[in-house]
Ligand binder design. Structure first.
Ligand code: SF4
Length: 196
């Protein structure tokens, strides 16, 4: 205290008085500090899914805002491992833990695109147009190249000129059905993105 000048003394006491006066009229920081932090997943929509990256097929929980109302823009803002999933029990590897970046990546393809023969540009098309085109091209190729019998006259029912790459974010049931469709068409070249 002996080292304080008169000016410094007035500054210190003035500041203390101002602070205690603010507290008296209700600007105390105590209530702010005591407030419970809002849970960030409150009011989020929870959706179960499967990590698309590898054949482990870990279960994930995706949390999004937007309840499906007309003006609400759905937006996933948090992804974590599903604790009820028998494969991963809530855990995710670093790749799966970074899924949110994959979802919001600017380079993520979100709709079908078509590049006409000779063109250097991709153009957006509808899902209906894309599926129609795929079905027509598959049929034309199968009609032209299907092998019913081998050179010995044995029935083989092979379609060797087309292959299929399936997704890994599928349930066992979807995988089973996809396999049935591919094999019943005669496709031999059939693999899963999970192995890539
Ligand atoms: S979280 Fe990792 S281990 Fe699990 S499916 Fe995704 S990539 Fe595979």
């Amino acid at each position: 205290m002996a080292d304080l000048t008169r000016r410094q003394f007035l500054k210190v006491t003035g500041t203390t008085l101002a602070a205690s006066s603010l507290a008296l009229i209700g600007f105390s920081p105590s209530p702010v500090l005591a407030e419970v932090r809002q849970f960030k997943l409150a009011r989020a929509t929870e959706t179960r899914n499967t990590c698309p990256y590898c054949s482990v097929a870990c279960g994930i929980l995706m949390y999004g805002l937007g309840d499906g109302a007309k003006n609400a823009q759905a937006n996933i803002f948090h992804i974590e491992g599903d604790p009820d999933h028998p494969v991963n029990r809530g855990t995710l590897c670093p790749k799966g833990a970074g899924l949110l970046d994959f979802v919001h990546s600017k380079s993520r393809l979100q709709f079908p695109e078509y590049r006409a023969p000779g063109s250097d540009k991709w153009q957006r098309i509808s899902w209906a147009d894309a599926l129609d085109r795929i079905a027509k091209l598959l049929k034309a190729d199968r009609d032209a190249n299907f092998i019913e019998k081998n050179v010995d006259g044995l029935t083989v029912n092979r379609w060797l000129s087309t292959g299929m790459l399936a997704a890994s974010a599928s349930s066992n049931e979807v995988g089973y059905l996809t396999h049935k469709v591919a094999r019943s068409l005669g496709l031999l070249a059939f693999d899963n993105q999970a192995r890539v």
